[in-house]
Write a protein that binds this ligand. Sequence first.
Ligand code: ATP
Ligand code: MG
Length: 164
Amino acid sequence: MGPNGTGKSTLAKAIAGHPDYTITGGKVLLDGQSVLAMEPDERARAGLFLAFQYPSDVPGVTIANFVRAALQARLGESDLDATSYYKKLYEKMDLLKIDRKFTSRAVNDGFSGGEKKRCEILQMAMLEPKFALMTKPTPASISMPCALSPTASTSSEPGSWASF
Ligand SMILES: Nc1ncnc2c1ncn2[C@@H]1O[C@H](COP(=O)(O)OP(=O)(O)OP(=O)(O)O)[C@@H](O)[C@H]1O
Ligand SMILES: [Mg+2]
């Protein structure tokens, strides 16, 4: 958290491994391990999540397929069967009060600002990161169910989040 223009989004993107930034000093440790040598996808698999302030549209890719691909990548070799995936997806969508018809809509394509934020939070809820960096996640129209906090994740380590 902090005033506008003080570098919150820049810091979050640098931690997540955005290619626009070169880190010239300091350390970023996750579970005691430096993430700076990791590619962005490796950082995500290690449990880091970045919710975008201005998420991109992904026309042609449905939310259901997008989140499933991300979750499969996060789980690695473990199998993700369709039944348990959709059960979990619908549970999280219900918590966030996202209409189920959104599963077949293209990611962020034509979404309102609040719908885009919900979509970001849905991704976070499904991926259950150890550490979530969020830029302006909660416009007044969104109430954040506490069950979506990474602290409620099934991970053995309690999760954390930083909201900017
Ligand atoms: N460490 C830094 N040194 C110099 N300039 C920086 C640094 N970090 C960010 N900036 C610049 O400061 C400006 C604001 O950065 P940023 O978008 O990260 O702010 P913010 O805190 O997320 O703002 P907002 O609350 O409006 O979203 C940008 O022009 C960015 O390039
Ligand atoms: Mg910002």
